[in-house]
Write a protein that binds this ligand. Structure first.
Ligand SMILES: Nc1ncnc2c1ncn2[C@@H]1O[C@H](COP(=O)(O)OP(=O)(O)OP(=O)(O)O)[C@@H](O)[C@H]1O
Ligand SMILES: [Mg+2]
Length: 410
């Protein structure tokens, strides 16, 4: 029965992406479940559902019960269309007010672009459901920040939020970390060990760089998402836990599925609730707000007021930020640390940004060329040290390694 409801909720969520102002009108007397049970069950999965119960068996106790269990309204049949229309209009107006109230600073997510506002809307719609979420976006766009917002604004917030990165663990280690093992499961397994799924019960498990997960581990994860069950290594018994999965990816997942490196069935499961964070260069209107946020909250500026000159702001707005928000924050941090003045000017940026930025500012070459130049210059500045370069430009080591290969940088 719950599986049916989960499916119904998924269908509703798909429709929500098209129209977030959705409601559900159900009859009270139905076979198998009554309308109140349907609304109650669906609200457990998706709390923002607006349910209206229609019935020919009107009575005050049933009306009260329907409202208590989360129905928005209760109408007796034959209902007048005008009455129903009034209620639906009321729902729509209330929802519009709610959507308009979305702040430009939500659980640390700063941004006023439509892209960020849509992300915040989606987070608010899905946060209290148990459905898995897939967050995609380039390195440094804020995937972990969004994952944390989903958890820390949800009914799971008092329970654990644990992150695991698939790219940093070999397949058997990753399997062991996720599912745990029993004593004697393999040579050296002298004690049993709980996996993260067990430790994370009632909370959220954030699986970063999921495209790097081995296909066998993907199969076990899919089974867990579908049933809530998993088997620790070497155990014959299955364990049931209630863990919400939030996964992140900075590769093109559709391409990974096409190349059969990622299971299509797991992709379909995860892709129902998808949050795609576009790169900073495609939402440049967020840059001043993000800078302002950094300049007012960073411990680096605790005893100072730092402002940005308009010519420096022009450069910030022009640059294409391959390392996205992380690169922006790292750069601001470096500039603030090294200058004692209260205003950041174009002159400071000439010192702190690699020449690729200056060249790019004078002549608009292609973004790829600018990125390549930026990487080459930074590598030179750090004596070819990949870790130091990655840190300086604000992307992770693996991403830098991929870009070096892609741009044939020697
Ligand atoms: N919209 C935003 N508002 C405020 N801070 C942000 C925003 N987006 C990203 N950041 C900040 O940028 C930094 C990088 O964010 P985060 O670690 O979430 O990126 P990511 O997408 O997980 O990157 P990666 O793929 O490299 O792991 C963090 O310091 C984060 O707080
Ligand atoms: Mg991350």
């Amino acid at each position: 029965m719950m599986y049916g409801l989960q499916r119904a909720a998924r269908m509703l969520l798909i429709s929500w992406r098209i129209n977030p102002l959705m409601w559900l009108i159900v009859d009270l007397k139905m076979q198998e479940m009554d309308g109140i049970q349907v609304i109650e069950g669906l609200k457990n999965i998706q709390p923002s559902i607006v349910g209206i119960v229609l019935t020919g068996y009107g009575s005050i106790p049933t009306a009260v019960k329907a409202l208590k269990l989360g129905a928005y309204h209760y109408l007796t049949k034959p209902c007048q269309m005008a009455e129903l229309e009034t209620i639906l209009k009321e729902v729509k107006d209330e929802r519009n007010i709610h959507l308009r109230r979305v702040p430009d600073h939500y659980h640390g997510i700063v941004g006023k672009s439509q892209i960020i506002q849509n992300i915040i809307d989606t987070v608010q719609l899905v946060k209290d459901t148990s459905l898995p979420v897939l967050i995609s976006g380039e390195s440094g766009t804020g995937k972990e920040l969004v994952a944390r917002a989903i958890h820390f604004d949800s009914c799971r917030k008092e329970n654990p939020f644990i992150a695991i990165n698939c790219a940093s663990l070999k397949p058997d280690l990753l399997e062991n970390e996720l599912f745990g093992h029993v004593k004697g499961a393999f040579t050296g397994a002298t004690n049993c060990k709980d996996g993260l799924l067990k430790i994370c019960d009632s909370g959220t498990l954030f699986i970063d760089e999921i495209a790097d997960m081995d296909l066998v581990v993907q199969a076990s994860l899919l089974r867990f998402i579908e049933t809530g069950l998993f088997r620790p290594l070497g155990s014959t018994k299955e364990v049931k836990v209630n863990v919400r999965i939030v996964a992140a990816i900075n590769k093109d997942i559709e391409e990974e599925v096409k190349m059969r490196r990622f299971r299509h069935d797991l992709y379909y499961r995860l892709n129902v609730c998808r949050v795609n964070i576009l790169p900073l260069r495609e939402r440049k209107e967020d840059i001043p707000l993000l800078m302002d946020h950094f300049l007012t909250t960073s411990p680096l500026v605790k005893d100072r007021t730092v402002t940005i000159s308009s010519s420096a702001m022009e450069i910030f707005l022009f640059y294409h930020w391959p390392g996205n928000v992380r690169e922006l924050f790292n750069l601001l941090g470096r500039v603030i640390l090294m200058t004692k003045e209260s205003m950041i000017t174009k002159g400071h940026l000439v010192t702190f940004l690699p020449s690729a930025l200056r060249k790019g500012h004078e002549k608009a070459s292609s973004l790829k060329d600018i990125e390549k130049l930026h990487i080459v210059e930074s590598l030179k500045a750090h004596g070819g040290n990949i870790s130091a370069t990655a840190r300086a430009i604000g992307i992770d080591r693996r991403t830098l390694q991929r870009k070096i290969t892609r741009y044939h940088i020697h």
